[in-house]
Design a protein around this ligand. Structure first.
Ligand code: DSN
Length: 419
């Protein structure tokens, strides 16, 4: 690194170590990916020096003509990637996924209001009303669950919604391997007069590529991070309808205006303009035919990996996958999720331990692991490599010559370098 090597070798060494770790291991964490060098250049640019509280043409600081152009470009590209018209407002300023969800709740709910979301241990997110999170402390979460088979039971969601009458219903998850039926959720939300919000952070890249149904024909608000399957920098987008109104005090304003106000000045000061530029770059990449092929391959790879693991006797929650993610209950292999995670890491395969629906153990030492294919697919791996990865995983989990597995992982990594 041209400057860092000279001025701060200590940090330079740490960065180099992390780059080496990433290139010499197989990243199967479904929420991680590898951003392009162009994304990283924008992230490391002089845009980090600017303050720009406010929105394009309505800033509280001078010198924002370029930043306005960057922000408008990011918004326009976001609409293009998700095939949206001008009826959708796009906020590109929320710093990451949790603040984006926070901004959406603060725009749509009042403290103490009820909202419905999936239980954390069954695949929901901390910000979907977990008691240790602001969302569970400031609002009243009502949690729906998946069935014993690990899939959403829409009739169960409907009857809970009819009983509880929440002000908002949320779909979109962090550990759900199946397609979400947004039309069904919308009909339930409509029936109980709730807002319908989708957190599509995990599947945004798949929606962009057209390999997961889009939430946009149904939702009032859609939040997403930009660094998962969308393959951008860390960051977030909030989409909301300009043609739906909400009462704020005595006035009616559009949902999009309410979200903008909620982000700034509601929750944060100056946006991270270098991050906005990097998001714009990622969105340009996501609008290409190459990205569509990438999305298709993510799903093909996940299905191949799931089938291979299934064939080796692994118990997959819901029996398989429709998207980028696989949730495995490893206890029938005589290990817990934590033991499996540690053995895999020793072999150079990086996964995260995870609860499974109706988890009998603790979140700290749960029954499962969660894996996904966005990162390996970015490296160019296909179905054949997925079968090899499944076998490497199985040997590592069974502690069958971990050092030999490590060597094979290394040689696979060298064949598919991090670009
Ligand atoms: N931590 C992310 C995930 O791994 O799913 C969600 O915020």
């Amino acid at each position: 690194m041209k400057y860092l090597d000279k001025t701060d070798p200590q940090v330079a060494r740490l960065v180099a170590r992390e780059m080496k770790r990433q290139s010499e291991t197989l990243d199967l964490i479904p929420s991680e990916n590898i951003a392009s060098k162009s994304v990283m250049e924008a992230l490391g640019s002089s845009l980090t020096n600017k303050y720009s509280e406010g929105y394009p043409a309505k800033r509280y600081y001078a010198g924002n003509a370029v930043i306005d152009a960057v922000e408008l470009l990011a918004q326009e590209r976001a609409r293009k990637v998700f095939r949206l018209g001008k009826e959708w407002g796009v906020n590109v300023q929320a710093l990451s996924g949790a603040p984006a969800n926070m901004a959406a709740y603060f725009a749509l709910l009042k403290p103490g209001d009820k909202f419905m979301a999936l239980q954390l241990t069954s695949g929901g997110h901390l910000t979907h009303g977990d008691p240790v999170n602001f969302s569970g402390r400031l609002f009243r979460p009502i949690h729906y669950n998946v069935t014993k088979k690990g899939v959403i039971d829409y009739a169960m969601v409907r009857s809970l919604a009819r009983r509880e009458r929440p002000k908002l219903i949320l779909a979109g998850y962090t550990a759900y391997p199946r397609t979400i039926d947004f039309a069904k959720f919308k009909s339930i939300a409509k029936e109980v007069k709730a807002y319908f919000m989708v957190d599509m952070a995990h599947i945004a890249g798949l929606v962009a590529a057209g390999v997961h149904p889009s939430p946009f024909p149904y939702a009032d608000v859609v939040t997403t991070t930009t660094h998962k399957s969308l393959r951008g920098p860390r960051g977030a987008l909030i989409f909301s309808r300009r043609d739906r109104m909400i009462k704020v005090g005595a006035k009616e304003i559009s949902l999009a205006r309410a979200i903008d106000r909620s982000v700034f000045p509601g929750l944060q000061g100056g946006p991270h303009d270098n991050q906005t530029a990097a998001i714009a770059v990622a969105l340009k990449e996501a609008a290409t035919p190459a990205f569509t092929r990438y999305g298709v391959q993510i799903v093909k790879n996940a299905k191949a990996l799931a089938a291979a693991l299934n064939g080796m006797g692994y118990e997959l929650v819901s029996g398989g996958t429709d998207n980028h993610l696989i949730l495995i209950d490893v206890t029938n292999k005589g290990v817990t999720g934590r033991v499996a995670q540690d053995r895999l890491e020793e072999a150079g395969i990086v996964v995260n331990r995870n609860t499974v629906p109706y988890e009998p153990r603790s979140p700290f030492d749960p029954s499962g692991i969660r894996i996904g294919t966005p990162s390996l697919t970015t490296r160019g791996m296909k179905e054949r490599e997925m079968r090899q990865v499944a076998s490497l995983m199985d040997r590592a989990i069974r502690e069958e010559g971990i050092s030999k597995v490590r060597k094979e992982v290394l040689s696979l990594c060298r064949k598919f370098p991090v670009q």
